[in-house]
Design a protein around this ligand. Sequence first.
Ligand SMILES: [Zn+2]
Length: 338
Amino acid sequence: MRNFLSIILLIFFIPVEIKAWGFFAHRKINRQAVYSLPPEMIGFFKHHIEYITENAVNPDRRRYAVLGEAEKHYIDVDSYGDSALYYLPRYWHQALEFYTEEELRKKGIGPWNVYLTQLALTEAFKRKDINAILRLSADLGHYIGDMNVPLHTTKNYNGQLTNQYGIHGFWESRIPELLAEEYDFFVGKADYLERPQYTIWDAVTWAHMALDSVLHFERIVSSRFSEDKKYSFEERGGINTQVYSKEFTKAYHDMLDGQVERQMKRAIKMVADFWYTAWINAGQPDLNALVNIQTELPEEKFEYSKPLDVREHDDMAKKESPSTLRRAFLSSIWRPGL
Ligand SMILES: [Zn+2]
């Protein structure tokens, strides 16, 4: 019976969908970025806006199927010691002069990967390769989104080192899902980036500087809520799941004073800037001519016999105490008379 129960518990606490910036936020960021593009680009991107939106989350799904993908989504700046933000090389080839590739990958290669993806997008524009343009634009939007999330810049990525387990998904999924309706996503027109490598490192710097508030304010708000007010249960995919309560989420959000909205807006603007810059660098190919070309956009398959053992950014399961698990389990299956 005991074994049976633990198997059931495991089943119930495998995350329904693995998220980063929350699937909701990634989709929103890619979608909104389209509206900042210049007239020469917007027709093509609007024509494919559903693809750009839906495929914004592919890189996260790929993490479990493709070796080398997971480390593209983060950089543990603080694992390099003090002042790392100032001395870490902005260019990948320079970074390889100071560190082994293995070490760099272990600590995350997020910002360098953004630039490499942008170069690939530039090449796709030059070739007028519709499939590659769309796939790489969607990917690039995702990676830039991640670099604007404070918890993607630290080894304490899920509050696991400060007893705040679950904060990753809280900040980047729960908050936008509950409150982004109120946000103003107008970011203006895309700008050309002279040095995209520096722009993406600015994003990392900015995001990392916001980390202190992310963690500190959660601790303050937690001290004002009892455990049963901090969490509540909501149905997710037919499963009664423990989530941060709406009251707690609002209180934390108020204290952050617009931080999540600011970061989302920075991400949207940056995604548009990177797409635009890639297009300019490719010699401004005529995208309107591509709109009417019938194309079959292949769906990416994520096949694996066993998911890769990679970092779980927002896994909630491990933080649960046995009593909370039991409570969640009972409330998820209990029916009167059973
Ligand atoms: Zn990601």
